[in-house]
Design a protein around this ligand. Structure first.
Ligand code: MRU
Length: 343
């Protein structure tokens, strides 16, 4: 894999610091779960599946260092601390729940077994994510095989996952299938995941790509320059509503207006069957400085009031299909999603 987003090495968690990309490739090494939590919060690592993997590794790390006599209390603390890092991506809570199940099922076998089990579970989550992304890619190819100009928003690539990517996984698979296409990359204000991360990944993959600002989407579509859109997701509600990076909804509305297919790619760990609809998805609000400043430099007058929701919700009516590692979910979503996740 060309990009190593996160790795477990010598009982440490190594992460590529995504805040510094594309100009600097700095790997950070963590041995404490509190540091992992801070890395998730501060976006050293980001993207729903990658956040889940990091949280699981954080628990495994915490378990290695938790003293025997306060192990159970420490376990609860790590899950609580990691669970407070970012509220929207459901993969975080999914991964923590998986770690809790391992803990509960192995606790009676002694702490050495629990520690080993938690580490094995974190590594399994990591491996499964890469395998899921490759399957998403495979299922996505037939849907996008004739699209010559594909738009994506934010970064749903190797950097947002354990590797390969979801939306960018589909693009990678298209390239592997020998299709000729180009990608329009929305810069994705305010954190610039498109300009900094997706552009970087596509360049490394030698996939032809053009960077545009978010407010150019309508014009491009109106000019007939986009054949399809593919994005990732942070949480899919039981009715098919999709939370993804702020601005995704705008892209979806415009795609509908111009009869352009709008695909969502994500693993089933991003589907929250207990969340009835998009309005029930918590939307993270981030520091206003991400909007008022760029690379530490102020853009706006001092003291300017700022609004910075990190995600929005795209209504399921705007989604052409959802691609997971188990196949393609077409509308109507409510019934199909339920049977998709339960089989
Ligand atoms: O705030 P971020 O960078 O974590 O947001 C990322 C996204 O919105 C991605 O599109 C989503 O997590 C899917 S990543 C495979």
């Amino acid at each position: 894999m060309a990009v190593k987003t996160i790795e477990w090495k010598n009982d440490r968690v190594i992460m590529l610091d995504q805040r510094l990309l594309p100009h600097r490739e700095i790997y950070r090494s963590y041995r404490d779960y509190n540091q992992v939590a801070e890395a998730i919060r501060s976006m050293v690592i980001r993207g729903a599946p990658a956040i889940g993997v990091a949280a699981a590794m954080g628990v495994a790390l915490g378990a290695l260092h938790a003293p025997d006599r306060s192990f159970d209390r420490e376990f609860e603390r790590m899950v609580a601390v990691l669970g407070k890092t970012r509220p929207t991506a459901v993969n975080l809570f999914w991964a923590l729940e998986r770690m809790r199940v391992v803990y509960a099922s192995q606790r009676s076998k002694g702490l050495a077994t629990v520690r080993r089990g938690l580490k094995a579970a974190a590594l399994e989550i990591f491996k499964e994510d890469i395998a899921a992304n490759k399957m998403i890619g495979r299922y996505g190819v037939p849907l996008l095989r004739d699209a010559k100009r594909i738009m994506t928003h934010c970064n749903a690539g190797a950097l947002a996952t354990a590797g390969y990517g979801t939306a960018l996984g589909v693009l990678r698979a298209l390239k592997e299938a020998g299709r000729q296409f180009e990608v329009y990359v929305n810069e994705t204000r305010p954190f610039l995941q498109g300009a900094r991360l997706t552009a970087w990944e596509l360049k490394q993959e030698k996939i032809p790509a053009t960077l545009v600002t978010d407010n150019m989407v309508g014009y491009l579509m109106q000019q007939g320059r986009i054949d399809a859109v593919v994005v990732g997701c942070d949480r899919v509600a039981a009715n098919g509503d999709v939370a993804n990076k702020i601005g995704t909804y705008t892209v979806a509305v415009l795609a509908k207006r111009h009869a352009i297919p709008f695909y969502v790619a994500g693993p089933t760990s991003s589907i929250d069957i207990d969340c009835p609809a998009g309005k029930d998805i918590p939307i993270e609000q981030r520091d206003g400085k991400e909007v008022s400043h760029i690379f530490g430099k102020a853009l706006a007058p001092k003291g300017m009031k700022v609004f910075n929701p990190a995600f929005d919700v795209t209504d399921h009516e705007l989604v052409t299909a959802i691609i997971t590692e188990r196949g393609v979910i077409n509308p109507p979503y409510r019934q199909k999603i339920r049977s998709h996740v339960s089989h």
